[in-house]
Every structure is written in C-alpha cells, then in structure tokens.
Design a protein around this ligand. Structure first.
Ligand code: SAH
Length: 245
C-alpha cells in the first residue's frame, strides 16, 4: 500500500516510521510511506502555508495554492489516491473504517494545522475522518493513529495474524484479559486454566472472558453483535457458573 502524508512538519513522523508495526511494515515492503512537505510548494521566502481568515480575520487558515500545486505535481506521476482529510468534522474513525481503508492501494492524508484548511481544499478530498469529539492542533498525530490502525489490517504487517484477530473491536468483542510471567505477583495470580496447557478449555475460557468484558464495559457493542453458536454456548456456561456461585 502506498501512503502519502501531506504535512508542514514531516519531522514528526521520523520516529513513527522507524519503530514497531509501521517500522517493520515499511522494512518488509508492505507499506510505502512517503512524506510530502507542503512548504516545498510555496513561493515566498518564509515558505508560508497559512494566512488570515477571510471575514473574521481571527486565526490562521491553511492556504489553498500549495496544496493544489502539490496535488497537480503528484498526479503527473501517480494514479489518483483516496484523499483523507483528518478533521473533527468528519465521521468518527473505527475498526471497520481501518479495514475499509486497508484495502485501498493509494491513500493520501492531508494534515491540517491552525484553524483548519481553506474550504476549497475539500474539492480534492474524498473523505473527512475524525479521531473523536475533541480538537487537537494538527492532523499529524491523528494521521499516525489512523495509519497504525490501517497497517495492522494489512495481511503480514502484524507478525501473527492471531494477535490482530483477538484485538478489541476486530469482531465487535473486546479483547480478553492478558497475562505474562510471573504467574503470581503480590498476591495476584494468573488464572489457573491459562497455565493448564489445555487449549480447548483455554479457548472457551478466553471467549467467555471477552464476552463478560464486552457486556460489562461496552454493552453497546454487544447489543449490535450477531452471536455465533460458540458464543451462545459460552453465555449459557457463564449463566450456569453464576448460578453455581
Ligand atoms: N477549527 C477546526 C479545527 C482545526 S484543528 C474545527 O473546529 O473544525 C487543526 C487541525 O487538526 C485540523 O485541520 C485537523 O486536520 C486536525 N484535527 C484536530 N482535531 C481533530 C480530530 N478530532 N480529528 C481529526 N483531525 C483533527
């Protein structure tokens, strides 16, 4: 997948591209991540990318010309990407959006700054996406979060597919509790069954734990979910266990 990030601060991505899932995905050639410095498309000495807002004069707005010139230049050598503008006014990002975007071959994120972008930039944007109902100062951190979620959905980017499929939201269920060594710490023990080596029992236990957590923490997710036969059986067991207590 080709990902282009249009930003005034490409340096913010230096560490992001080096480490973890993204670093490995880039090294393995699964993700091609390219940064486009919008300042390279300005023509003044100060490489200005913002200007005063028409009407109010309050706050700065990201200028239209550098973005359009960048896009014209880009299209000379590439096919048109799917263009995302991270914005608090967009639909809120979730796992299904991550999966949908992971199937695109060419993605471009335009990171806003200041009061946002000149509205005419919207004419080249395919989709506005929000990270949540709050405002931060720039699209860069949002874009990193989106890219990481999208990259995890590309086959082969996360080592064992198992760890992605078990993640919260992958199937509208939250992840079960996880433990590592030591098996006992300050009086808190890892559940016996997880150390039993009985994989069938462990599988059932983890499913029940995921169901319990989802009902407890995010009932809204659970309500919209179609239950599989295994999940129905797990719920019956949970109710029986409760009765026995
Ligand atoms: N005045 C704008 C917010 C500008 S914040 C408004 O109220 O709509 C500056 C930039 O940060 C935005 O252009 C956007 O790219 C990014 N940004 C801020 N909050 C965001 C959010 N919740 N989701 C996605 N992007 C966000």
């Amino acid at each position: 997948m080709n990902i282009e990030v249009v930003t005034t601060i490409p340096e913010l991505f230096d560490q992001f591209m080096e480490y973890g899932v993204i670093g490995r995905g880039i090294k393995a050639g699964k993700i091609h991540l390219n940064l486009i410095n919008i300042r390279n498309y300005t023509h003044d000495l100060h490489r200005t990318t913002d200007d005063y807002a028409y009407g109010t004069g309050i706050g700065m707005v990201m200028k239209v010309e550098p973005v359009f010139e960048m896009f014209d230049e880009y299209l000379k050598n590439h096919q048109r990407p799917w263009v995302v503008y991270p914005s608090p006014q967009g639909e809120i990002f979730d796992q299904s959006k991550a999966l949908e975007l992971s199937k695109k071959t060419d993605l471009m994120f335009i990171c806003g700054r200041y009061e946002g972008v000149d509205e005419r930039i919207m004419s080249i944007v395919d989709e506005e996406i929000s990270i949540g109902d709050f405002v931060i100062s720039g699209g860069e951190i949002v874009t990193m979060a989106f890219i990481e979620a999208i990259a995890r959905m590309i086959p082969g980017v996360v080592g064992k597919a198992f760890s992605v499929e078990n993640d919260s939201f992958f199937s509208d269920l939250l992840d079960h509790a996880n433990y590592t060594r030591p098996s006992s710490y300050r009086g808190m023990d890892v559940p016996e069954i997880l150390r039993s080596g009985n994989h069938a029992k462990i599988g059932k236990y983890l499913l029940k734990d995921a169901i319990k957590r989802t009902i407890g923490k995010r009932p809204d997710l659970f309500i919209k979910r179609d239950l599989s036969v295994e999940e129905k059986a797990a719920i019956i067991e949970l109710i029986r266990e409760k009765k026995e207590c």
